[in-house]
Design a protein around this ligand. Structure first.
Ligand code: SF4
Ligand code: SF4
Length: 647
């Protein structure tokens, strides 16, 4: 049982934004859900998986976001209701197919949910996908609170079927991961039947082949724009766009998403509700013209509050220029003129500062000393935590060997990385081994490019790393490219048997699917061999053998070699709380600074399971943190760390 299915209609419950989106999809009668994990989006699918059997849903973690969208599109083409979920960078991956899909349109409802990360709290960038809605011409909705996250999701399915096109819902971290009171609606009884009608005319929205081909693009593009006109009228009547405040405020705030909550709080904090009007837009593309015009007539000063790009700001300014004859000239405030910061998350204080600046009120956000005091108190009350791999993480061992092999080879070799737990290897925890980090699969792709530069005098060894989930997500095409073009590189697949960073979602290399059923596990070595790469496999915990293999591969120089370093993640269900070794430091051998090792284990290898005891002047094993992997025994030059197999 889950809160998603047990809550009765009319119940008031505390739901996280992602729970509310999942419940909204259930209330809408969703049948098929697909996606690729990524913070802050993952809980939506995790939640729906819990009720998949009971609600007769098909749910999958797809190999990547483009494939996920294609899977959901197939359900839509067969007349079912589908939802596809990803984080902001995933929309970039899906965007190739998304462009075609939005042009042709859909049949059963198809809702694309993009959960985004202003401030890059758990991302390598703070890119956003709202511009895709404008560029590809489909409607965009942004819930302004938790109740709306539910109701808007439900409505998005109806809207998608009304216009027969993709509808995108954009959430942000503070909406997806914060919680609020939500009143539940009813769950429908479903009797879905999937049929793909493909015998009708080519241009038939509901019967013919689903194809975007030259010669009919202009017809489809016009049809798509007619749909948008319909959307515009629907948006003007939408209850998700609300105005609150005086008839003629001194300042009008136009906002959306979680910035709506920040703006409300800022108005309250300043006791300015008699001076400031608040237009909260839930439908942010296309803009609702009548709603917007009515609001703009109210005030000559307009502050636009949004994260992260000034997308609404640009569009509203353009709209105001068009309508200047009826609404009169306006003074705009926002990100462009500097009232609000152009990057990072906003918060109520940012909005208070902006309003106070516009009104000329003497307001200083936080006292200058506040941040210093907070930092001092936090330093006392909370332990300092380095950004580091977990105790017993196979990646620490892998990068130890990779780093050592490159150093021994001594030709300025380097590693191209990408997105995963192993991104940490750009820093001290991975011995600063990664020298490029971009999108998923880009390590292999960039290495493929470096590996072709010999004609220009380039003679540095090139390695790339990717995780096992990333291998299926995006590294295979790069590997194909490298083999086909006779690039010279070593791809190290850090196979820890799961999509560990986001919670061990299954991927195509594992024998289970998202719903817990049996799946065909695809073999990474077989795939690499089939492509034409030479393949080696090592246990990264076996440092001597891994380093010997890497050195041999570095000496090979020509062609594409794949080294698979296979060892399950220390936090994987099969390993968690199970030690392979009892570890012990022999204080007679570990004499710290006096022995000449320079405390290699705690200063360089830095597994959190090892600590330096300054009184004893010796290293120690922290029994609570140590995962018992045994690797540190291999790195101590004095042989002071002992391993004993757990019986
Ligand atoms: S355990 Fe080994 S590496 Fe660590 S300080 Fe002692 S002698 Fe040095
Ligand atoms: S055995 Fe050594 S390397 Fe492994 S978790 Fe324990 S302290 Fe860390």
């Amino acid at each position: 049982m889950s809160i998603l299915s047990e809550g009765q209609s009319g119940n008031r419950v505390l739901l996280m934004g992602n729970d509310a989106i999942a419940r909204g999809a259930l209330e809408a009668g969703v049948n098929v859900i697909s996606g690729y994990p990524g913070t802050p989006s993952s809980e939506i699918i995790q939640n729906l998986l819990q009720v998949a059997k009971e609600r007769n849903l098909y749910v999958e973690w797809s190999a990547n976001e483009k494939v996920a969208l294609e899977v959901s599109a197939a359900a839509s083409f067969a007349g079912l209701r589908a939802m596809c979920v990803m984080k902001q960078v995933g929309v970039n991956v899906a965007s190739d197919f998304l462009l075609h899909l939005s042009l042709y349109g859909t049949r059963g409802a198809l809702v694309l949910v993009s959960c985004e990360d202003p401030g890059a709290l758990s991302s390598t960038n703070e890119g956003e996908s709202r511009p895709y809605a404008q560029m590809m011409e489909f409607p965009l909705l942004e819930p302004g609170d938790f109740q709306e996250a539910l109701e808007m999701t439900q409505w998005a399915f109806d809207l998608s079927e009304e216009i027969r096109n993709v509808v995108m819902i954009r959430s942000v971290t503070r909406m997806s991961h914060a919680s609020g009171n939500v009143v539940l609606g009813a769950l429908p009884t479903l009797t879905p039947r999937a049929v793909f009608n493909h015998e009708g005319p080519l241009l038939g929205q509901m019967e013919g082949p689903v194809a975007t081909i030259p010669g009919i693009v202009d017809f489809m593009h016009r049809r798509q724009q007619d749909k948008l006109k319909k959307v515009t009228a629907l948006f003007d009547a939408s209850p998700f766009n609300t105005y609150s405040g005086p008839e003629a405020p001194d300042l009008l705030i136009i906002t959306s998403s979680v910035c709506h909550l920040y703006s409300k709080e800022a108005i309250e904090l300043l006791h300015a509700s008699h001076r400031v009007g608040l237009l909260k837009l839930g439908t942010t593309w296309p803009l609702p013209p009548k709603t917007l015009e009515a609001a703009l007539r109210r005030s000559d000063k307009v502050l636009i509050v949004e994260e992260t790009l000034p997308l609404m700001e640009d569009n509203i300014k353009a709209f105001a220029v068009e309508r200047i004859g009826t609404i009169g000239p306006k003074t705009f405030f926002g990100k462009k003129e500097g009232a609000l910061p152009p990057i990072n998350e906003l918060n109520p204080d940012c909005v208070v500062t902006a309003i106070a600046g516009i009104f000329g009120l003497p307001y200083e956000g936080m006292p200058a000393t506040y941040a210093d005091r907070a930092a001092a108190i936090a330093a006392k009350g909370a332990p300092v935590r380095d950004l580091t791999f977990c105790p017993g993480c196979p990646h620490r061992a892998s990068f130890w060997s990779i780093h050592a092999a490159i150093a021994m080879d001594n030709r300025r070799g380097f590693v191209c990385g990408d997105i995963g737990c192993y991104t940490l290897a750009a820093g001290a925890t991975g011995f600063k081994t990664l020298k490029t980090v971009h999108a998923m699969g880009s390590g292999a792709g960039i290495a493929s490019g470096f590996g072709k530069l010999a004609a220009f005098g380039f003679n540095q060894p090139v390695l790339a790393v990717c995780g096992d989930s990333t291998f299926f997500h995006a590294a295979i095409p790069a590997l194909v490219n490298a083999v086909h073009n006779r690039s010279n590189l070593i791809l190290v697949v850090l196979d820890n048997s799961g999509t560990a960073m986001t919670g061990f979602q299954p991927h195509p290399g594992l024998p289970t699917d998202a719903m817990g059923g049996n799946a065909l596990a695809l073999s990474i070595p077989d795939i690499c061999k089939a492509i034409g790469a030479k393949v080696s496999i090592c246990d990264p915990f076996d440092l001597p053998n891994t380093q010997k293999t890497l050195l041999a591969l570095l000496e090979e120089k020509d062609g594409v070699n794949v080294l698979i370093l296979r060892q399950p993640c220390a936090l994987s269900p099969q390993k968690k709380n199970k030690k392979r070794f009892h570890m012990h430091v022999d204080n007679t051998k570990c004499i710290g600074d006096a022995c000449g090792c320079n405390r290699l284990c705690t200063r360089v290898f830095k597994c959190p399971g090892l600590t330096w005891n300054s009184e004893l002047k010796s290293s120690e094993i922290d029994e609570v943190l140590c995962a018992g992997c045994g690797v540190c025994a291999s790195i101590c030059p004095s042989g002071a760390i002992e391993v004993k197999e757990v019986e």
